[in-house]
Design a protein around this ligand. Structure first.
Ligand SMILES: [Ca+2]
Ligand SMILES: [Ca+2]
Length: 186
């Protein structure tokens, strides 16, 4: 019974906290990330396809990979790698049809390439474009493994007026007819 009483008290405290940004919530909001596997994205391009291993998209030619996303945005990070060629494939990042940044993919080993941006909460169309394909003097290709979307700090909802008004007993616990504790709102 005492456990129930403590639970009731915690629920009231939790309701009080619900209207506030706690340090923990701030930290969570600041680091919230959404991962989209490239192989699950919508693809365009004459030779743009999921690799036989099934874990990457390879752009042998110019093309795009796109997906929708709901939330705010402060950064898009591409996990990608490049073919062995002096020319680095260029990954361009578009949000809702507007270019927000680009990054050359400079390594043949898989690496993370961050692109910073700022978009308010909403439903957004994310598109990665590869448009500098070349076959001379060597074949330029781009492999895309995944896209990590980092939300902006406004992911925490706006606090609402959440005030407890009143006074009196909230919950009473007891064994038999003898009360052993009472939670009070004062
Ligand atoms: Ca190529
Ligand atoms: Ca992948």
């Amino acid at each position: 019974m005492l456990a129930c009483l403590m639970c009731a008290a915690l629920c009231v405290y939790g309701a009080f906290l619900a209207g506030q940004h706690t340090p923990l919530q701030e930290a969570r909001a600041a680091t919230q990330e959404t991962l989209i596997q490239a192989e699950s994205m919508s693809l365009t391009g004459s030779v743009v396809r999921v690799t036989s291993a099934g874990n990457e998209v390879v752009f042998y030619t110019n093309g795009t990979a796109s997906a929708s996303y709901s939330g705010s945005l402060s950064k898009v990070t591409l996990a990608a790698r490049a073919s062995s060629c002096a020319t680095s494939p260029l990954a361009e990042v578009f949000v809702d049809g507007a270019k927000v940044g680009q990054t050359p993919i400079t390594s043949q080993a898989l690496q993370n390439y961050p692109v910073a941006l700022s978009k308010a909460s909403g439903t957004h169309q994310i598109q990665i474009e590869y448009q500098n394909d070349a076959s001379s003097p060597c074949d330029v290709n781009l492999w895309l493994d995944k896209v990590t979307l980092t939300s902006a700090d406004d992911a925490c909802p706006t606090p609402s007026a959440n005030t407890i008004i009143g006074a009196g007993d909230i919950a009473t616990g007891g064994v038999g007819s003898t009360n052993d504790a009472t939670a009070k709102l004062i």
